[in-house]
Design a protein. Sequence first.
Length: 217
Amino acid sequence: MRIFIDTAEVADLKVLAATGLVDGVTTNPSLIAKSGRKIAEAIEEICALIPGPISAEAVASDYDTLLAEGRFLAKIAPNVVVKLPLTPIGLRVCKALSDEGTPVNVTLCFSAVQALLAAKAGATYISPFIGRLDDNGQDGMELIRDIRVIYDNYGFETQILAASARTAIHVRDAALAGADCATLPPAVFNALYKHVLTDLGLEAFMKDWEKTGQSIL
Ligand code: G3P
């Protein structure tokens, strides 16, 4: 499963890129607002930092402007993925951009039939929001499992990008359910390394090593 980072904070991305484990980045209007950056500048910088797919979200509510925004964002760098909302207009623009060869990430997906429509519209990625479904008293992971079955039933190539992940358990369950990618806030990515037995085990090894009086180099 590929791991994307869900942030527009370039400083955080620089640190995480150094791990060699980051395959891409997703942003959204809220994350751009939080960063305080101009979208085009932030996306250009992120695209130069991380060679994988970088999602940049278009925001217009009419077809022509949404399409123009998508084309504008796609021109920022070759690794831009245009992010579009799962609305009738969003999916029309998804079809138009996909037909032009621009990869699209359809976002704000909360049902399996929405994901079916996005695949039919040629989306490269579908972003089901696990955490927000859980917050709403539903089972976010069930949605990932349902989309996996539907896409496999019909051979859709749209990739499932598990979004709104809040915990390492979400990441484990998305991987078990066959999500192609997951996008994680930096804190969730960092939590993937953690296990108390790793920390305790390392502490014990280091204590014993000290007793040997050796050094490897
Ligand atoms: O980028 C989309 C998604 O990951 C948002 O997550 O935590 O705002 O529900 P969240």
